[in-house]
Each structure stands twice: as C-alpha cells, then as structure tokens.
Ligand binder design. Sequence first.
Ligand code: CAA
Length: 289
Amino acid sequence: MNAARCLRPVASRFQPSTLPRVVRRYSSNPAYQYIQVSEPKPGVGQVTLNRPKALNALCTPLIDELNHALQAMNASDKTSVIILTGSEKAFAAGADIKEMAPLTFAEAYTTSFIESWSLLTTQVKKPIIAAVSGHALGGGCELAMMCDILYVTEKANLGQPEVKLGTIPGAGGSQRLTRAVGKSKAMELILTGKSFSGKEAAEWGVAARSFPTYEALMEGALGTAEAIAGYSKVAVQACKEVVNKSQDLGLRDGVEFERRVFHSLFGSQDQKVGMEAFAAKKKAEWTHQ
Ligand code: CAA
C-alpha cells in the first residue's frame, strides 16, 4: 500500500468530473488499490473495501475508487443491485484519522472535504446493501447507514466515536443515527462515543437484520440482492426513490410524491408485464422498460 498517497487529502485518480462516459468492464478492473469489485451473481455487483492494514480506514483515494466503482455499476446494464462490504474483521474503522489530523479548516472547507462521500446517496439509483462485519466506526458507520439496506453480524462493532478525537460525526452520522434510534439514544451514543453491537443495531432499527456469522451475513446479503435483481429495474428504482423521499419530506408531501410516481409507473412496460403475468398465472418476463 502506498501510505503517502493515502495521506494526501485531496489526491484523486478518480475525480467524478473525469469519469469516462463509456463504462468500463468493472468486473476485471485492475486499477483499484483499495477496493475489489466482483459480480457474485448475475445482476449483483459487489464492492469490497480492501485496505486491511488500516482496517479499511476511509482515506480519500479509497473514497474516490469507491465512487468510481459505484458510478460504473450504476451505469452498467449488467448490474441491478450493489453489495458494499468489507472484511470479516472490519467494514471500515472510520475516516482516515492520519489523513485528517493535519487538515486545516480552510483546506477542509475549500475542498469540501468529505462531501464526495455522499455521492453514494445522491447519484446511485440502484439499491445498495451494506453487509457489515467487524468494525464500522465513525465514517464506517456513516457509510453503512448511507446504504439502502443495512445487514450486520450480531457481533459487528458500530459507533460514532468522533467525540473521543475532539470532533463530531462529519458524514451524516448525527442525522441518520438520530432518525434511526431517536434523539435521546443518539445523544447518548454520540456524546459518549460508545460502540453498539450489530445485534443492538438490528433491535434498534439501525440495521434491517443481524446474522449470527460472517458467512450467514454474506449469504443473506446475496440472497436479498438476488431477489431484488429478479424484479423490474424500473420498479426497483422507483421503490428506492419513494422510500428515500420519506426521509426528506413530511408525510403529506411524501404520500403525494409516492402517488405521482405510482401513476407514472402505468407508463412503464413492466407494470403491464407484471400485472398481466399475475392474471395469466405466469412468471413475469421483465423488459426493464
Ligand atoms: N484511521 C487511520 N488508521 C486507522 C484507523 C482510522 N480510522 N483505524 C485503524 N487504523 C489503523 C491503526 O492506526 C493501525 O495502523 P498501524 O498498524 O499502522 O498502527 C491499524 O489500523 C490497526 O488498528 P489497531 O492496531 O488500532 O487495531 P485494534 O484491533 O487494536 O483496534 C479499532 C481496532 C478499535 C477499530 C481501533 O483501530 C480504532 O479505535 N480505530 C479508530 C476508530 C475511530 O475513531 N473512527 C472514527 C474516525 S473519525 C471519523 O470517521 C470522522 C467522520 O465522521 C467522517
């Protein structure tokens, strides 16, 4: 690993503005240093964070690679669903503390440090399942919470320990954790920096489900991904869009928005395919149109 490269805050081989228009065959991309990409099942793209010596600490070049891979999968006809995972030991132990330590306010502010992490939530229209084992701390916990479905092992170690470093969560942790667990529990977790287990994450609604082992976690994530990949891409994208809107809109506006999107799906071929197949007692052959 090139440590010096990771210490450069804004170093980037993969600036979003320079992304190629034609999508590369990501499954055989040899260019990545901090992530691996694969296609474990047809229609399922997987990004595995792979910086083991630093417990997948999220340095800027890693985030650039992640964004590049996610955008390629988002644009690829081959991919319907994405799994984002780490190793059994660590999903990600947070933003790279050694990269952040010397950063000044002016550098952080003028380079919009950490803003690019949110690309996952703003530009990727396909569902992302986070499969989290081991440490998911600080930015690691935040990255996991940005995903659409969060699966964890029971023993996963999640938390927002930034207060221990003299700072605060910076990639949405104070907002997403609070929405998931409520103000009092989020205050307790963020003010003390105390970790919580995957089992607790599932009980509190931070995660959709917890699994007893790493193998069960990956099997569960893949099973869910395959199920989603078996549906119309049009309907899946719309499902994601309307659920996400619920996080930004009040109930009345959200229900109105949902109804408009529901109406718009009567213009898709797959609404006809799905409903006609049901009536004819046949399997739907999706056109993704
Ligand atoms: N940044 C940079 N390097 C990190 C790192 C991080 N977040 N987390 C771990 N590492 C490095 C360690 O420095 C160590 O490197 P060296 O071998 O070169 O010393 C290596 O990974 C292994 O780590 P440990 O020896 O500490 O492993 P451990 O098993 O004893 O402990 C741990 C594991 C409890 C996760 C511990 O590493 C730890 O506390 N890490 C920091 C967690 C943290 O505070 N995360 C929040 C970061 S701030 C943030 O994310 C801000 C934000 O909101 C965006």
